[in-house]
Structures are given as structure tokens and as C-alpha cells.
Design a protein around this ligand. Sequence first.
Ligand SMILES: Cc1ncc(COP(=O)(O)O)c(C=O)c1O
Length: 379
Amino acid sequence: MRFAKRLSYIDISGIRKMFELAKAEGVINLALGEPDFGIPPSAKQAIISGLAQDFTHYTPNKGIEELRSAIAEKLRKENGIASSGEDIIVTSGASEALHLAILALIEPGDEVLVPNPGFVSYSPLVRLAGGVPVSYEVAESNAFEPRVEEIEEKLTKRTKLIIVNSPSNPTGAVFSRRTVKEIAKLAESEGLALLSDEVYEKIIYEGEHHSFARYYPETITVNGFSKSYAMTGLRLGYVHAPSEAIEEMLKIHQYIQASTVSLSQLAALAALEQGEEHVKEMVTRFKQRRDLIMKELTGLPGVTCLSPRGAFYAFPNFSTYGSSQELAMELLRQAKVVVTPGTAFGSAGEGYLRFSFATSEENIIEGMRRIKHYLEARQ
Ligand SMILES: Cc1ncc(COP(=O)(O)O)c(C=O)c1O
């Protein structure tokens, strides 16, 4: 078979490679990108009842009306975003929502600004659409927030879209209101599209979440249920945007997906209506683990780490130990602990490792003990 040339620009995600290696017995996995909690009990019940009532058919392309109305109400109340529910498409995870937005906007040769280090999907999705990812740095020296001046310097005639992500994967940064407002203002004054990935919005320990669309209504907002409600396997997300953008994205969604899973939509509705206690409990546990892993990380020789303010990842600086990729492989071989090399998220991740604390306290303690032992032996 002869495969499409666009695939030659794409490599299998560094995270997936680590996942394969993590399967060996006795290995502690600090690379997971999903909560280790169950879904809210109300969501579980909604699936059971839906199944008993044969709610197993196609739904409207955009998603069931009750769910879109509930999302619209949430956007109005929690995010300050005006929505009627008609300006939303319920998607198969935030992943599909990102894909729809990029496919709807990007033509071959268009440039898209992406965070570096940033979530692994942004650049490959831009490449699939024929676009050119142009990275802007989110540096530790700036609390892993973007520098608006750098974004401005990188704009060219070909720039079409800026992708932003707060709270951020892999750094745990939560952008200040000022950063959000400045980027929103820049996109508006340059007439650029802004794609804001807000999947970690509910997982915040310090600071507050600010939605870009509150300051620039043309923003395309992507969100989902995977992280906030531990529903990764149910594959449910959504995209909100001005109606004309939703109409264009719907053309794609209709042909590649038709509609997303009916039972997952019921689960999402129940999660929105009755799941907040569950989210709070989960975030409290994540915060305890964040504090635990920070204590362990700052006790490692030659390592510094900014405390993550959101998401469930720490992004410590291991640059005194050389290449991230080699160090991650050594930790796997010698210490039997899987972490993700910072370079899986872009060139500016060199010198860093991503530690997920979406795992038990016991795993964190044992994983960190092994790493400390390995590093001390190397001194
Ligand atoms: C920043 C970010 N955006 C989007 C996603 C995709 O989430 P979903 O499971 O909703 O497709 C992830 C998953 O790791 C993520 O970290």
C-alpha cells in the first residue's frame, strides 16, 4: 500500500511508546494521563438506566439537546461565555473537538502557533490538516506561561490560529487573568482565530481558571469530561464557537462521526447535573498527592521543580542529568519507574521530565524512593 504523504510528518506519540514499556512487571507508572478514580456514581447510574431503556441509537449530530443545554448553562455560569446550546457540538473526546477546529480552519501552508512544551496532539493535528506548527515557548522562568511578546513576534502573513492550553499539560501552569486577556486582545486585534483547550479547568490547586472566550468571543473553546469527571474511556468532549464556525465543523463531524456515543452523553449530562461533589473530592486527593510529590521531588539531588498549580502533572527540571530521553530510559531500566521525557512535548521540554500524580500515594512514594536511590548512586 502507498500511504498518504501527510503521515510521513507524524511520529507515534512519545507517550504511547512509554506506555508500551510500562507494561513490564514490577514497573511503577508515573506517566499516566488519566485520573485513577471512577466516574461519578450519578453518571454510572445514567448509563445503566439508559441501557435498560435501549438508549443505544444515533443521537442528533450535535448531541442530545438536554446535554447541550446543560453545557450551555455551565459555560454561562462558570466561564462567562454566552451560549444557546446551538453553538455547541458534542464530540468524541476533546481530541475530536481539537481535530474539528483545526480541520475547519487550516489550509495547506497556514501557520499555527502551538505551545512548546505542549500537549502532544496539537502539532500532529496541524500537520494532518497540511498546516505548519510554529512553536512559542512556555518557559519555567515565566512560570510556564506564554510570553505575549514572543507570540506577537512569531506572527507572519501565514498565521491563522493560536492554540492555548490552561491549565496546561505537561507543565501544570494556570495562566493569570492578565496573560489570558493579553493573548485574547492580540488575537482579536490581529483578526486571528484562537483555540483554547480547557480540559483541565476543574483541576486547579492555586489560582483561578479564566476562559479566553470571555475576553474574545470569537474563541473556539474545547473541553471534555475525561479529566474533570474521570471519564476518559467514555470519550466525551465538546466544542463551543460562534455559530458560523460550528456550522463548518458540523460538516466534518457529521461525516467522520455522525454522533458520539449515546450512553456517554447520558453519563455526561448526569455528571454535569450531579457530579460536582465527586470532582471536589478528586481534586482534594490530587492536591494531597501534588504536595506529596513536590516534597519528594525537591528532595532529589540536582533537581528543581515549580509547584504545579493545576492539572495532575509535575514538570521538574532535571537538566543537570543530561538528555531527558536518555534519563527517562535509564529510570525505566535501572529504577523500574516510567516517567515521560519532556521532549515528548516539544524541543523546549529538553531537560525536563513529566511526572503524573494521577496514581496512588503508595506508587508515588515507592516510585520516588527508587528514583532517589538511582540518582544518589549516580552522584
Ligand atoms: C491538554 C489536553 N487536551 C486534550 C486531551 C484529550 O482529551 P480527551 O480524552 O477528551 O480526548 C488531553 C488528554 O490527555 C490533554 O491533556
